[in-house]
Design a protein around this ligand. Structure first.
Ligand code: KG4
Ligand code: ZN
Length: 325
């Protein structure tokens, strides 16, 4: 079995996966959303303190598995440096105490493997990752052959929902709240510009849209918020749709997946389904409970990396806020 730890942002999570069967034997996640909600976003120092409190509590529940552990895995990049350290330090201690190897896991690869929890992998796959930290399109051929084709130049898709929610005085995380508000709104009322619609770049940008929404909110009353939310969600989604449509013209999709916390957004899912239809492409989604950050996805990557003996040494396991992907 492998014990895997996730602490890259505001979720403390630990999983136990069985190497041979890929079964998820244990998974527990403690989210900090309530603690960060008052600040309208994640406060890194507070997040780190909460991980220091909750990770040992979850670990205590894993004690019955300790004697059967063959490796310990941990997210070491990308994420908030101060929160990554919490998981990595715990993993190092477990590695020394139980004399088992350690596996450093890229959180973004974790999101890709959230598709394959207790399942076999499916490649090649075109992946759209939409989370609080990332908006990117990747061509994935295997664990070690992942090419990033497009990234956000500034804010991410999920982050823009969080910021719009904050401007409307709503809680963190804003994604689900904006989606709910948008359901009763008029998507056409606010004519926001689709970011980079005239640019040939295969890239994303959400800071301009966020500013346009801010100006609209300043002139609006709360009765207008559903229309603003709906128009914003429409344009934020159209930005991704326009870029993907263009990419598909030269790279027709066959297997396409949406992963990451914001892949829970039904409007985005619907619009992507529409553009996949002409290609008869298959759409893959993670189970809803594994869209947002969790340790089950880290445990699934760990099984693959363990098989390939992709271990690191204690001193070689560094954290990195930025991803190499
Ligand atoms: O993957 P995740 O849990 O954390 C990161 O790795 O960043 O993603 C969290 C992000 C937050 O920004 C949240 O607002 C967004 O995903 N999100 C959504 C929805 N549900 C979560 N964004 C739009 N629509 C949603 N339904
Ligand atoms: Zn994530």
């Amino acid at each position: 079995m492998i014990l895997s730890i996730e602490s890259s942002c505001d979720d403390s999570a630990i999983s136990i996966t069985e190497i041979k069967t890929k079964r998820l034997l244990f998974h527990k996640k403690i989210s900090q959303e309530i603690e960060h909600a008052v600040y309208g976003g994640v406060v890194p120092e507070l997040a780190a303190r909460l991980h220091a409190e909750t990770l040992p509590k979850i670990l205590a529940e894993c004690e019955p598995y300790f004697t059967q552990l063959k490796a310990v895995a941990v997210t070491n990049s990308p994420g908030l440096a101060v929160t990554l350290v919490e998981g990595v330090t715990m993993a190092k201690a477990i590695s020394v105490a139980l004399n088992i190897p350690i596996i450093g896991i890229n959180h973004l690869i974790g999101h890709i493997y959230s598709l394959f929890i207790e399942k076999e992998t499916i490649f090649p796959l075109t992946v759209l990752l939409v989370s609080g930290g990332h908006t990117q399109v990747m061509e994935v051929k295997s664990l070690t052959d992942i090419k990033t084709l497009a990234k956000s130049m500034d804010d991410s898709f999920g982050e823009s929902f969080d910021k719009v929610a904050k401007m409307m005085g709503l809680d963190y995380p804003g994604g689900p709240l904006i989606e709910k508000l948008a359901k009763n709104g008029d998507r056409k009322r606010y004519n926001f510009t689709v970011p980079l619609h005239q640019s040939p770049l295969f890239a994303f940008s959400y800071s301009g849209l966020k500013n346009a929404v801010r100006l609209a909110i300043e002139k609006a009353t709360p009765e207008d918020y559903p229309d603003i939310a709906a128009s914003f969600e429409h344009i934020a989604t159209m930005h991704i749709i326009q870029k993907l449509k263009k990419y598909f013209k030269t790279n027709p999709p066959s297997n396409f997946a949406i992963v990451g916390g914001a892949s829970a957004n039904l409007y985005l899912r619907d619009k992507i389904e529409d553009i996949l239809k002409p290609y008869n492409a298959k759409l893959f989604l993670s189970e809803l409970k594994y869209c947002s950050d969790n340790a089950a996805m880290i445990g699934r990557v760990a099984i693959e990396m363990n098989e390939k003996r992709m271990f690191t040494t204690l001193s070689g396991l560094d954290i990195s806020a930025k991803s190499t992907l």
